[in-house]
Ligand binder design. Structure first.
Ligand code: IMP
Ligand code: MG
Length: 173
């Protein structure tokens, strides 16, 4: 079940998303930027975020998974890969939440193999205290405590992704 009060409201999220997009628009002005969304989790953040970016960009997606129930399995599977060539281009990976860092670290390696000019990472949420693998995060929306969060793209067993805000999920006994 989810707790009554949102952990992050729609207003709080959208204000921060606009700030992140403004920074990215300034930093990548005049450069060939490919914004890559990690699905499914980042779908809602990605769509709000790219809408606020004020420079021309290209978008692409990777569908990967590493999670079973509320524990990471440590194994990352890529179900659908990028179609855009990355060589010599500037790439910004967009993730919903970084927990142990295993998923992002693995995807980062795979993207770096394609020789982009630069690679940066933007995550809406950073569950920093759970980190096991150190991944460089360039843009972070919110640093969050070790709660299991759902909504705004984040799921528990496939549910709650469509909530427009983020809530804490509690297992009912
Ligand atoms: P990591 O590999 O442990 O960093 O896990 C990252 C992935 O696990 C994220 O992209 C999410 O899909 C999922 N995940 C981690 N924490 C949460 C959470 O609190 N709620 C929902 N999904 C989560
Ligand atoms: Mg994810």
């Amino acid at each position: 079940m989810i707790t009554g009060k949102p952990f992050l409201t729609e207003e709080t999220i959208s204000k921060r998303v606009r700030e992140l997009a403004r920074k990215v628009s300034e930093e990548y002005k005049g450069r060939d930027l490919v914004v890559v969304g990690l699905l499914k989790g980042a779908f809602m953040f990605f769509s709000d975020f790219v809408r606020q970016i004020q420079i021309p960009i290209t978008i692409d997606f990777i569908i990967a998974s590493s999670y079973v129930m509320t524990n990471t399995t440590g194994k990352v599977e890529i179900h659908a890969d990028l179609r855009e060539p990355l060589r010599g281009r500037h790439v910004l990976l967009v993730e919903d939440i970084v927990d142990t860092g295993v998923t992002l670290n693995s995807i980062r390696g795979s993207v770096l193999n394609r020789a982009p000019d630069t690679l940066k990472i933007c995550t809406l949420l950073d569950k920093r205290e759970r980190r096991e693998v150190n991944v460089p995060l360039d843009y972070v929306g919110f640093t969050v405590p070790n709660f299991f969060l759902v909504g705004y793209g984040l799921d528990f067993n496939g549910h709650y992704r469509n909530l427009p805000y983020i809530s804490v999920f509690k297992k009912s006994h």
